[in-house]
Design a protein around this ligand. Structure first.
Ligand code: BGC
Length: 848
């Protein structure tokens, strides 16, 4: 991922008559044709082999290079999927998992259209989005960018997204192909799954992107699949993507995901990004000369780049549309709708929500996510919006003049936590007094190697507080290791929270009284790490922090504080004064991100915050920010109401406030299952690869097979905490009149039913159709999503819904025939509002 760079308008041709021209600029790609292929042939014939090889490696991080000899312009890329990221501020949408939670393909299409407009306003040819990797476990640092655990929902979300983007003359790039379901050790780990699992769970969204939405580009992932890196994987790239699905666009690598130039060239990779480290002249010229790589293989890559560019009009018009506003108000409205439609109400005991502004005179907003706005998480998707609305601001705007909105962060920021931790000197053990001095009591030994050996330089420090939240730090030019030694003197007997954080791929070990309690090995990225340890007043604890930075200056922080001292007095006081409290907790760019996996537990101190504040004020609502499931068991029983708002984009604060105070009814539905505990998750025993010797490939076994998420819970008759498809509203819906037609047949079936709003206010429901094959010849999930429709109804209104099932709906992947297969016989149709709650059932017979 490249650093944020500034816009370079001057370099691009300025077009007059912007109003007229901009309308014409919204151009969907044209289908391939003999005329396009002839034009491509003519262009290819103008290039030398050297020039062709140059073209298939990117330049300046985000560009395909120009080839003036062929009349080919330089093409610009930008990250997504939360907004057009790379070239300065832009609209931050509620992307990824939030869009999936809306279950509204038309909203997704509108989002794609405005993303495409935003790209055109910046002259971007390729949007590096959407991401469609399936949600296996809550820890994956990039779940927030993707569309959840179900291949059908993902496929029906990705198609309108791509169609929307591409309707504006911008190539969408579906990523990360494939099985990139964790960030942990993403360059080295192999995702090992059987073909059925790959076809049924992990590929359908990519397949729909290619076959239905005709996506212009696909991005290979970092990881290996069944032992072979994705960028050189013949099964994924040649057999499935290009041969079976007929993909004729550009297959590009993720940034630095190419590991072998010849293998990548021969196994389907068309474009190495961000530059030609492997697919370059030095590697490929001799390989072509020796016949290891054919000329035709190189030509095919160039052909794909030229063909795609012609189809999208890049050779015939300017991509930069100066008539489009950079601060796009249409996009802003879409971002607001994204947030409104995606927020899921998970719990609402005693109908605490919606809060009534006539009765709630004072509301307290507390928590690290209440302000400033957390619009997205970390990594290449991070968008800097021109404006954003935090929850505190959203509530204050909505309730101005009616309800008093009080705010407290409630917990120290990490920087404060580190800064405010006091240590005694390492020789001072035994004193019964806590040391509140600012004396430089920490012994700092700096070794001029990475192994703590030889004589160190001796220094001293008052605190370990060098940490700044940063994702990618420049690598160290000199190796060093630093040992901090000190004594911590607990002032009270209590559980103490210990948090340690360091930069990017630094490594550290924290030892308490000689025992390792936190071990952060060197690998790409990391989240702050925390543990809770009981300590006794006056009994000193020896602290040793062994730190091996991979940056030139130390970037590490260590904080220790008694849990009862974590939550600020201000937060407790305003919780007492308020008629209702909203606690905003969850993750953000420095705790959930591309490049590393996050914790299942909420970040440091947040469990304590919820416990303490909800004990003070019974009218407490928790709003969660994050890319998926979190561990709620320490506090859920104490909290009457819980909302999940994912990463809600720049307008999130407005949307959450509207839902809390009943301006709108919540309508999001979970695109994932919430487990009762991490142990209950079917990937629990095999999410992380077993340890391997240095240099060996860690293998992650997808041992759960197709029994992922609700497919597992419903098949094992195990109750999740909140099921896939679930979400409460402020009104009530009833399902009736299920009819299947024909009752038996071999072709399409239509499933129809009525959905009625039987409650007292307007709202939206997502009708979900699941299909089960109890007589299948192999073990299949008890039910699988095969249709859904969102209906928006006023009180008393009802709607007749018809959904269609086709051959593929009934099929599983037959490992022997290497094809889709449906077993004839009786199938069960389930209709309802979640994977667990399906009041309507019927059966049908599939004939041969
Ligand atoms: C990410 C991609 C992204 C690319 C370019 C990589 O780190 O994995 O998703 O598109 O950077 O920024």
């Amino acid at each position: 991922m490249p650093p944020q760079t500034t816009r370079r308008l001057a370099a691009v041709v300025v077009i007059g008559l912007s109003g007229l021209v901009s309308a014409a600029f919204a151009q969907a790609p044209v289908p391939d044709s003999p005329a396009i292929e002839q034009r491509v042939d003519a262009m290819i014939s103008k290039l030398t082999l050297e020039q062709k090889i140059d073209l298939i490696g990117g330049e300046d991080s985000m560009f395909i290079r120009a080839m003036p000899a062929a009349g080919f312009p330089r093409l610009k890329m930008s990250d997504g999927p939360y907004g057009v990221r790379t070239w300065g501020p832009d609209t931050a949408y509620a992307g990824g998992i939030a869009l999936a939670a809306s279950w509204d393909p038309e909203l997704v299409r509108r989002t794609g259209v405005t993303l495409g407009q935003d790209a055109r306003a910046r002259g971007v040819n390729f949007l590096l989005a959407p991401g469609v990797n399936i949600y296996r476990a809550p820890m994956n640092g990039r779940n927030f960018e993707y569309f959840g655990e179900d291949p059908f929902l993902s496929a029906h979300t990705v198609v309108p997204y791509i169609e929307g983007v591409q309707s504006q003359g911008v190539v969408a790039t579906v990523k990360h192909y494939a099985l990139n379901n964790q960030e942990w050790d993403r360059h080295n780990a192999s995702s090992d799954a059987d073909e059925r699992t790959i076809r049924e769970i992990y590929l359908p969204a990519f397949e729909a992107a290619v076959r239905v939405a005709h996506v212009g580009a696909v991005m290979n992932s970092y990881n290996l699949v069944n032992g072979v890196h994705a960028t050189q994987n013949p099964f994924l790239n040649l057999q499935v993507l290009k041969k079976e699905w007929g993909f004729d666009g550009i297959l590009m690598s993720d940034w630095d995901a190419t590991y072998d130039g010849v293998a990548a060239a021969n196994n389907g990779l068309d474009l190495e990004m961000p530059d030609a480290k492997f697919m370059n002249r030095a590697t490929l010229l001799p390989a072509v000369q020796s016949g290891q790589v054919s000329q035709a293989t190189i030509d095919d890559k160039v052909r794909r780049i030229f063909r795609t560019s012609i189809r999208f009009g890049f050779l015939d018009r300017a991509q930069l549309d100066l008539g489009k506003p950079l601060f796009n108000q249409q996009g802003r409205q879409v971002a607001l709708d994204d947030a409104r439609e995606s927020i899921v109400l998970l719990k609402n005991e005693g109908n605490l929500l919606p809060l009534d502004p006539a009765r709630v005179h004072t509301v307290a907003v507390i928590g690290p996510i209440a302000w400033p706005a957390v619009t997205g998480a970390g990594g290449s998707s991070t968008v800097t919006p021109y404006e954003s609305v935090s929850l505190m601001a959203g509530l204050s705007n909505l309730l101005a003049g009616r309800v008093n909105v009080l705010y407290a962060g409630g917990l120290p920021t990490l920087e404060d936590f580190f800064r405010e931790t006091r240590f005694s000197s390492s020789s001072a053990g035994g004193s019964s007094q806590a040391d509140h001095s600012n004396a430089p009591n920490i012994k700092v030994e700096v070794f001029h190697n990475g192994t703590f050996s030889g004589p160190p330089d001796l220094q001293s420090a008052a605190r370990i507080a060098h940490w700044t939240p940063s994702e990618w730090t420049p690598a160290a030019t000199r190796r060093q290791s630093i040992r901090y030694t000190a004594t911590f003197m607990p002032a009270t007997s209590a559980d103490y929270l210990i948090v340690a954080a360091s930069g990017g791929d630094d490594a550290f070990k924290l030892l308490l009284d000689g025992k390792v309690v936190i071990d952060q090995p060197r690998r790409e990225g990391q989240a702050p790490k925390s543990i809770e340890v009981p300590m006794t007043a006056g009994r000193s604890v020896q602290v040793e922090l062994d730190y091996v930075p991979n940056s030139t200056t130390p970037d590490i922080g260590l904080g220790i504080r008694a849990v009862p001292d974590l939550v600020s007095d201000e937060a407790k006081q305003i919780a007492r004064q308020a008629d209702a409290v909203v606690i905003a907790v969850g993750f953000g760019p420095s705790t959930e991100s591309e490049g590393y996996d996050r914790s299942y537990q909420l970040p440091y101190g947040q469990d304590a915050l919820i416990r303490e504040i909800s004990a003070i004020n019974k009218h407490t609502v928790v709003t969660l920010t994050g890319g998926g499931d979190v561990d709620t068991h320490r506090w859920l029983d104490a909290v009457p109401a819980l909302l999940h708002n994912w990463y809600p984009g720049q307008e999130g604060g407005t949307a959450i406030a509207e839902i809390l105070f009943g301006v709108r009814s919540p309508e999001g539905k979970l695109p994932i299952s919430f487990a009762r505990s991490w142990e209950d998750n079917p990937t629990h025993d095999n999410y992380y690869a077993p340890a391997v010797a240095p240099g060996e490939v860690p293998h992650v076994k997808y041992a759960e097979g197709v029994f992922l998420g609700y497919r597992y819970y419903t098949s094992m008759n195990k109750k999740p905490l909140f099921p896939f498809g679930y979400g409460l509203t402020y009104t009530k819906f009833a399902f009736s009149n299920l009819a299947v037609s024909p009752q038996s047949g071999a072709g399409e079936f239509s499933v129809s039913f009525d959905v009625a709003n039987t409650g007292a206010r307007a709202g939206a429901e997502v009708a979900q159709l699941y299909l089960g094959d109890p007589s299948a010849s192999i073990k299949r999930p008890e039910r699988e999503l095969e249709g859904f429709q969102k209906v928006r109804l006023d009180p008393g209104q009802s709607q007749h819904v018809t959904l269609t099932l086709d051959k593929r709906s009934f099929s599983y992947w037959d490992e022997t025939a290497h094809d889709w297969r449906a077993d004839p016989g009786k199938f069960t149709v389930f209709v309802g509002d979640s994977s667990e709650d399906t009041p309507l059932t019927a059966s049908l017979t599939l004939n041969r």
